[in-house]
Design a protein around this ligand. Sequence first.
Ligand SMILES: [Zn+2]
Length: 452
Amino acid sequence: MDDGSLPALARLRADGGSHVVTSAFPSVTGPAYAPFLLGRYPGPVGLPALRWYDRARTQAAFPHRTRSYVGHEMRHVDRDLDAGSPTLFELAQPAIGALSVITRGLGRGQRLGNDLRFAVRAARTHFSGNVEGWLAIDRSIGAEVARRIRSERPRFVFAALTGIDKTSHAEGHDQGTVRAAMRIVDDVAAEIRHDAERDGSWDRTHLWIVSDHGHSPVREHEDLVRLVRSFGHRTMAHPWVLRVRPEVAVMVSGNAMAHLYLELGSRERPWWPALAARWQPLVDALLERPSVDIALLPESPTRCAVLGRGRGRATITLATDHEGRPRYSYQPETGDPLALGVLRCAGADEAWEATIDSDYPDAIVQIAHLAGSARAGEIVLSASREWDFRARFEPIPHLSSHGALHREHMLVPLVMNQPAAGKPRRTVDVMPSALDVLGITTTARFDGESFL
Ligand SMILES: [Zn+2]
């Protein structure tokens, strides 16, 4: 924006403003859409990651009981989500969604890029590693979104342009193709604005440009599955999830985070420290690897141990005050792995302010909600800088990754064409704010707060 490469976005920023907000953990497409479209953190609504193990055996099919939203299982996302949390599509009709992983509430004709022809084209582009193909997809989706807005004037539109992410993975996020992908976003914003100005609707149109995660360079890949196997455990992991008597399900996302599920035969979630008798050696071994920055060991739905490689251990606890609002605590014990000092019974805003300038923005809140959620793993890993956890089976080599708790992955832009009244902090604030703009009231509970 500053060097004039993205003039339409720069104009939006000048009119309304630009904010840096935090995404959710895991900072991965799919789970990180839940804040935008449900106003909720991903873990508690049932999307703990891009890949997960269905311990309760309620969602994923026999025999492997795993889920991967990479590929054809993406069609299960809507059903995997908490039925009690309405989507913005359900609340704000008529709506259109383009390239959205979450589509609950959209009729057939309201989904762009979800038809079979498109899916075949996207799959071919993905598996051939055709980077230019992703830009072509963004251009055609962007043009279609602008056309539908022009002709139908829907109440709400959610359009995901995925080229920035795809090109960043393939070539590194500072490369020319990534800039080309950003210019497509700029072009689409320009076209939507131009059309709205011409028909006199721009003053009451809210156009927000956001992202679900950042990116940072990867130089080394830890083959987490082989590593766990080398410690003597039978593993299951994508794409080969059919295994005889597996002991550890290794579910990598982004690819800079992973859930490891233990005691796979139990439908009830096991907790630490009871798991230590059998599994502490695995945790200790993982924490010796340069690839592992943080290991989370959930102890109950409201309590989680945080271990930093070489930085000791702390505990995060989640409580509620007498009005039912969440309160977050962070207590260093043998060390201060997040380098935050003590935080006691902080509200959500205070917990955000206490962490936003650190290496782990909003980590206390994000860890509290993910680690305690029913579908999370027994060991949750966040990768060190320049590392990720998947060395094989990617159609294109990952030169850049995301998913971790680092600020490069967690901080995202929010550019708006009209000023915010309050302070935008998190991507979960976006949906309650959108409902405010649209004048929609609901009794549904949100994790975020309106900034308008
Ligand atoms: Zn990605």
